[in-house]
Design a protein around this ligand. Structure first.
Ligand code: NAP
Ligand code: MG
Length: 488
């Protein structure tokens, strides 16, 4: 693949752990290579953390908890302001690094791996500054919000910087300390963020990063009794397991587990705009997005027109080098992810589905590229309709009116988000209220600023919420002190 003028080597302290404010490369650790999924070239490596590393990280986080949680909110907020400034100043490096790790086009990466995490961080600091940390209720009881303690944060690879900041910011604002295990595919940006935390003066032990594979290092982190909260984003399978371990100990877990989100179009909506917008939202980050609207549900009589519009929009994507600013779709994040996506599409074809696109893009000679797919002619219980595929695959289904559209939209174990389309203000509101999902977007609205709207799932999409005041709450315990009589 031809490289572009944009490429600039980013210096990351790779192959090192960040524990107790120290960068270390313990001897005899396995090194895991990190690949650029567009080139299949190695761009770095990270350490596979062992039980010793896990124990050291929890010990550091536990030791730092007392001093950190007894600092003033303003002290912590000022450090987080400095971290946001550092994210701003180093945003371009971070965007390039994340684009190289995930394969996300650089324009998208600038927006969602740099600018968005910065605004999330600033918004959480604002929420923390105005939160009611302590007050007397109408019974005269003093309500005290306290940090829950040591947080185990486990994050996936698809929006890695955002997913880390969405946990780190409220945890640190609350006065918690953190042990972070980033995804094996995208760990370098986590080490980059740790370097920023270190540079701005976040004290030793408050943020610790242990890299490694999920089933080994991740499992050790989960099984070791070192944390007071586990905050996980990733697959339903792993989330369910982590929730079980935490549940057995009666330790709080917040789980953000993906979805199979519907985009429901009523017959009075502008079909062209609704379909084109859905394609765009579905194919962000090559469809590797937990809240991607992957099930487009249109009036049955409009199915063929919707397919034509969607297929045309899909073929307009420019696949290629993520660091080339003209690229609009990069590769999938790994060969496993590519094979999983192609497997779903091949099986659907065997069952008689019509698939526009959805074939490997082999012209680059390397990289896990797949042309985006529009799937029609499938049963409502087909696996491409029911399973989270996590790739550029949009399925179109037909509905027979409002009630049928609601039925299909809710006919999923998931409930992370939904998009609804109608020209009628009353009907679109009614639709939004009937859908069981943590976020419902009306007529193509994007994310309002500041990014404080709660994000999280109904049903199997998870437990708890991220962002804004709901996100901060997850990191707090509530104490009621009866009888202090402040007011008497
Ligand atoms: P995953 O296996 O659930 O991984 C998420 C995080 O958990 C990663 O850091 C992973 O480490 C870690 N992990 C895996 N097994 C673990 C264990 N036993 N104990 C502790 N930590 C563990 O998800 P994935 O492999 O990244 O992607 C698989 C599928 O999950 C995707 O195809 C997609 O359907 C879904 N997914 C959903 C989201 C979302 O935003 N909700 C994000 C990504 C993926 P490793 O990276 O080292 O495995
Ligand atoms: Mg995994």
């Amino acid at each position: 693949m031809t490289s572009t003028a944009l490429y600039s080597p980013v210096v990351v302290p790779a192959a090192r752990l960040y524990i107790d404010g120290q960068w270390s490369s313990p001897p005899d650790r396995e090194l895991i290579p990190v690949l650029n999924p567009a080139t299949e070239q190695t761009i770095g490596s990270v350490i596979e953390g062992t039980q010793d590393d896990v124990d050291a990280a929890y010990a550091a986080a536990r030791a730092a908890l007392g001093p950190w949680s007894s600092t003033t909110l303003e002290h912590r907020a000022a450090l987080l302001d400095a971290l946001a400034d550092a994210l701003h100043d180093r945003g371009e490096e971070l965007a390039i690094l994340a684009a190289m790790e995930i394969g996300m086009p650089i324009n998208e990466s600038r927006a969602v791996q740099a600018a968005f995490p910065e605004s999330v961080l600033r918004s959480i600091v604002d929420v923390a500054r105005t939160a009611r940390w302590e007050y007397d209720d109408e019974s005269g009881t003093t309500i005290v919000r306290e940090p829950i303690g040591v947080v185990l944060a486990i994050t996936p690879w698809n929006f890695p910087v955002h997913q880390i900041i969405a946990k780190l910011a409220p945890a640190l604002a609350a006065g918690c300390t953190v042990v972070l295990k980033p995804a094996e595919l995208t760990p370098l940006n986590a080490l980059f963020l740790a370097e920023l935390c270190d540079t701005v003066g976040i004290p030793a032990g408050v943020v610790n990063v242990v890299t490694g594979r999920g089933p080994t290092t991740g499992e050790m982190l989960v099984q070791t009794e070192g944390y007071d909260l586990v905050s996980f984003t990733g697959s339903l399978k792993v989330g369910r397991h982590i929730g079980e371990v935490a549940g057995h100990r009666v330790t709080r877990s917040t789980l953000e587990l993906g979805g199979k989100s519907p985009a429901v179009v009523l017959e009075d909506a502008d079909l062209e705009i609704a379909v084109r917008t859905t394609v765009k939202n579905c194919f962000t980050n090559a469809g590797q997005k937990c809240n991607a609207p992957t099930r487009l549900i249109v009036p049955r009589e409009s199915l063929e027109r919707a397919r034509t519009i969607a297929a045309a929009a899909a073929t307009s994507y420019v696949l290629g080098d993520p660091l080339d600013t003209s690229t609009t779709m990069g590769p999938l994040a790994s060969s496993d992810q590519r094979d999983k996506v192609l497997g779903y599409l091949d099986a659907a074809r065997h069952r008689g589905a019509t698939v526009d696109g959805g074939v490997p893009a082999e012209e680059f000679g390397a990289g896990y590229f797949v042309h985006p797919a529009i799937v029609t002619g499938v049963a409502e219980d087909d696996p491409v309709v029911t399973d989270e595929i996590f790739g550029p695959v949009l399925v179109i289904l037909g509905h027979d009116g409002f009630d049928d559209a609601v039925r299909i939209a809710n006919d999923t174990p998931y409930g992370l988000s939904a998009e609804v389309w109608s020209a009628d203000a009353t009907r679109v509101e009614d639709l939004a209220r009937q859908i069981k999902a943590g976020q419902v977007r009306v007529n193509g609205v994007r994310s309002p600023q500041p990014p404080v709207a709660p994000f999280g799932g109904y049903k199997a999409s998870g437990l708890g919420r991220e962002l804004g005041s709901f996100g901060l709450d997850e990191y707090l315990e509530t104490k009621a002190v009866l009888g202090l009589h402040h007011n008497s």
